[in-house]
Structure formats: structure tokens, C-alpha cells
Design a protein around this ligand. Sequence first.
Ligand SMILES: [Zn+2]
Length: 252
Amino acid sequence: MPTAIFRFYEELNDFVPPERRKRDFEAEFKGRESVKDRIEALGVPHTEVDLILVNGESVDFGYVLQDGDRISVYPVFESLDIRDVTHLREIPLRETRFIADINIRDIVRYMRVLGLDVYYDPSLSPRDIIRISKREKRTILTKSRNLLKFRDVTHGMFIRPGTTVEQIKGIIDFLSLREVITPFSRCLQCNNSLVRVSKESVFDRIPPKTRAFCNEYSYCNGCDRIYWKGTHFDRIKKVIGEILGMEKFQDA
Ligand SMILES: [Zn+2]
């Protein structure tokens, strides 16, 4: 049987037996097997994995194992700074999620327009924000340096002064999120994912004027809202264009 050397990092070690924790170990695999299948066979759910290096290079889940490979596997909510390595990838394996501090409401709306998952509740205390960040593996976005100084904050980003467009651009570029952006896929009010629905299914709830010019509708299961590309659309589109650059937005 072919074999590969595996090593799991940080909290991924919770999924493997003690003798395999935080060290290299050899594991056999079947003739043609993806790195994802072998990682799961070793006990680690793929949803927990952010980065896989094979012989030092980042690969996708579909990578087919070769005899003698050396595999390093890093968690979604990495405690190590692996940002530079992650940049080798066009699309991060992880789904980056956020929780926004109460003082960045303006950013939240446009991040959601871009389809990014941003938890926001103005009634939260700093303690609540940190707790939810840890529980749901969300990166804290804040303009407060003090919040980021709490000892148990593991993932936070300080939002520098600037326009909303500059600030969102900063977040997207820093975390390499450009390729995962899907505009108009998330509810601006409650952060749920939207689903496409037919015009007929929401017909009674659309203003007659809108029915006449719009055929595409989305629905939020979270708060029962219907979305369409109405009169605000051009203004929103302009802002997205500024954030992403127009070419990217054209195909969205
Ligand atoms: Zn909603």
C-alpha cells in the first residue's frame, strides 16, 4: 500500500488519537484517493480544514495522493499566521465569516450586499461579540483597538479610518476574498442566504410597477423579505463597482 506522512495542526488534533497529535505520522491510502477522503478517514471533518500543504504547496481537496507525499493540514480558524501561504490559493478552502462591532454598521450592509456572512447585532456587548466570534469561528471587525486587546480574541481585524469603500476593499484584499464574493446572495437585514424564487410565487407581494420590469426575485427565509433589483439597484451597483472594479461586477 502507498503511504503518506500526515501532520495536523492546532485544534485539528482534537479529532485524531493522542499518539497522532502534533507530530508526523505515516498513513496508508488506497491506490487513487483524494486528500480530502484520506483526511476524513483519519477522523478530521473537511469543514474544519482551511489549508492543505502537500510537499509545501497548497492544494485543493481534490488532490490525488501520491506515494511518499508529506501533508500538512491546518484548521479553518487557524491560530497560526498562514496568510502568506494561503495566498497561493485562488479561493480559500474556508468560508470566512465575520462578526461586526456595533460601530461599523455602514460596512455591514455593503459586505452583505457582496454576499459575505456578517453577524451584526447592535445590542451586543464586547464580551458577547468575543463569545460569538469564538463559538461560530467569526473574525471580529471593529474600529476599537481596545476590543482587540482582550486576551481571548483570536481573530480580529482593526478597521482603519477611511471611506466605506476603502474599508471594505481593505478587508477583501487582506483576506483574499475577491473570488468568493457573490453579490446579492444574502439578506441585508438578517444575514441569511437568499434563495431565488419565481415571479409567480411572490406575485401578490410585488408592487404592480415592479412586476412590469423585473423578472428576477430572491427570498429570505430568515425574515420573509423579498428582494429584487429595484430603484436602489443602480446606486448599490455603483458602490459594488467601486469596491470590486467593474469587470468583476459585470459577470455577477
Ligand atoms: Zn432576512
